[in-house]
Design a protein around this ligand. Structure first.
Ligand code: PGA
Length: 250
């Protein structure tokens, strides 16, 4: 089954309005120069920039998403942002359960699942992140951990159209270390098999690889069976670094 790839940039807590607008504009113009693009392109800026970036990207090949959302639609949750607000700001996606959220904010699979369900409730596409720590990998627990995260973080009502899974080994994020393609292959096949037991159209779900993806390693990673795109941190901040990654999937 051919699955349209998704190349997603996660800007994390980086970028002020002016420079971010310049980078997004540069990315949009590269996409415009390309004409027809054969993949979906996404940028997830810091929450405060979602509205501005969504306005800038309107009508282009680049979609905008948020890096997180609250589980509830509204209410007494100081400092939080609901999925409905993200959709209202013009975004189409929300990441749920990035390892930095799981670690920095103690987000459990149960919370991640509720956040992904909130994203679906608001009509957003949820990108659910899973990944093992170095210790878990060294102890041979990778596949068990991934299965546990996939089963328990997958939102109720997940379909190939509304849910994306990103496999991001925690030890590969921001470190320059990348697993062997055979390891990526093993985990992605495993996730696909798990999904087949959990949902009907599992074959069509985009499975992204994330963790130190760069222009120099993207082609090799994107060629792995069951890798249907990338979730990119550091190398998504500059259009000139991100575009070569997008180009591997055009
Ligand atoms: P990185 O981050 O590309 O900087 O390793 C990936 C991510 O955390 O999504």
């Amino acid at each position: 089954m051919s699955v349209r790839p998704l190349i997603a940039g996660n800007w994390k807590m980086n970028g002020l309005a002016k420079e971010s607008a310049a980078e997004l504009s540069a990315l949009i113009s590269k996409a415009n120069d390309q004409g027809e693009v054969g993949c979906d392109i996404l940028i997830c800026p810091p929450a405060l920039l979602v509205s501005q970036m969504a306005t800038l990207a309107e009508g282009s090949a680049v979609s905008i998403g948020a890096q997180d959302c609250h589980t509830q639609e509204k209410g007494a949750h100081t400092g939080d942002i609901s999925a409905e607000m993200i959709a209202d700001a013009g975004a189409g996606y929300a990441i749920a359960g990035h390892s930095e959220r799981r670690t920095d904010h103690g987000e459990s699979n149960e919370v991640v699942k509720m956040k992904a369900e909130a994203a679906l409730r608001a009509g957003l596409i949820a990108i659910v992140c899973v990944g093992e720590t170095l210790e878990e990998r060294e102890n041979g627990k990778t596949l068990d951990i991934i299965s546990d995260q996939v089963k328990n973080s997958l939102p109720e009502g997940a379909t190939a159209a509304n849910t994306v899974i990103a496999y991001e080994p925690v030890w590969a994020i921001g470190t320059g270390k990348v697993p062997a393609t055979s390891d990526v292959d093993e985990v992605h096949n495993h996730i696909r098999s798990d999904l087949k037991l959990l949902m009907k159209d599992a074959e069509g779900v985009r499975l992204l690889y994330g963790g130190s993806v760069k222009g120099s390693n993207a082609a090799e990673l994107m060629a792995v069976e069951n890798v249907n795109g990338a979730l990119v941190g550091g190398a998504s901040l500059k259009a000139e670094d991100f575009w070569p990654i997008v180009e591997t999937s055009l």
